[in-house]
Design a protein around this ligand. Sequence first.
Ligand SMILES: C[S@@+](CC[C@H](N)C(=O)[O-])C[C@H]1O[C@@H](n2cnc3c(N)ncnc32)[C@H](O)[C@@H]1O
Length: 275
Amino acid sequence: MRRFSAEYLERTREGMWADSREALADLDLSDRTRILDVGCGTGELTRVLAEESTAEVVGCDADRELLAVASAHVPAVAGDAFRLPFATDSFDLVVCQALLINLPDPAAALEEFARVSSALVAAVEPNNAAVDVDSTVSAEVDLETRVREAYLRGVETDVALGDRVESLFEESGIEVISTHRYDHEKRTEPPYSEAALTDAARKASGAGLADHEMELRRGMEGQESTYDDLRREWREMGRTVVDEMQAGDYERVEHVPFDVTVGRVETSAASSNDS
Ligand SMILES: C[S@@+](CC[C@H](N)C(=O)[O-])C[C@H]1O[C@@H](n2cnc3c(N)ncnc32)[C@H](O)[C@@H]1O
């Protein structure tokens, strides 16, 4: 299982759902009574669900360190997405955000979501192949493209699932009700936040790249430049970012498209009546 640090999740989700929650409308949050967020990590989406609903909202993740952070905000339970520690039909919405892209068999997890839900299943999944970056440091745009391409080649799960989640729902026997696009815009401009300063320092030190070293090395096998070449260029770019920030000139904008897919399950009561 690919692991994520609490710091990484909090940083990458900063501001997500702060601008608009329209793409979550078909989750019918105001009418839910029990909601499960699978692969909740530090509980970034779980907290949004709890804000938007009077339902009991529970987070679940396989990583106990992340759960410790999530449980400061919402009830959170340790569990595996392929074998959820909950009874059949015990929630009326089972949802995940950026979980399916990290699983070796996302359709099997969706089947497990459908077992545990009596009504709705939803997935909020990014298309990492369609991320768009613009920056006042031109080398940053080129390097981010090279890093993203190497990462996509080197990673072992489908991190660019995006709009293909719909066919996974159908494959798992979940009837798709709707799909909506949420565009997560991350903007860096003066005055710089603490998180933006940390991000720039991580670029200059190469720490940001090191988070994905294994996938990048794998994705660069047989390529002309190596991970170490890339890391050198990346750190140099990071130092330029730091310099521009000190002068107050640095600006960057990133768009990460997320697809929100909502489906309805056939309840076990309905299926046994049918048989
Ligand atoms: C990219 S993070 C997303 C976290 C959170 N949903 C968010 O959007 O910030 C993926 C999460 O899935 C969890 N995860 C990965 N495989 C899992 C599995 N088999 N069962 C439960 N959780 C899993 C990881 O521990 C991590 O917290």
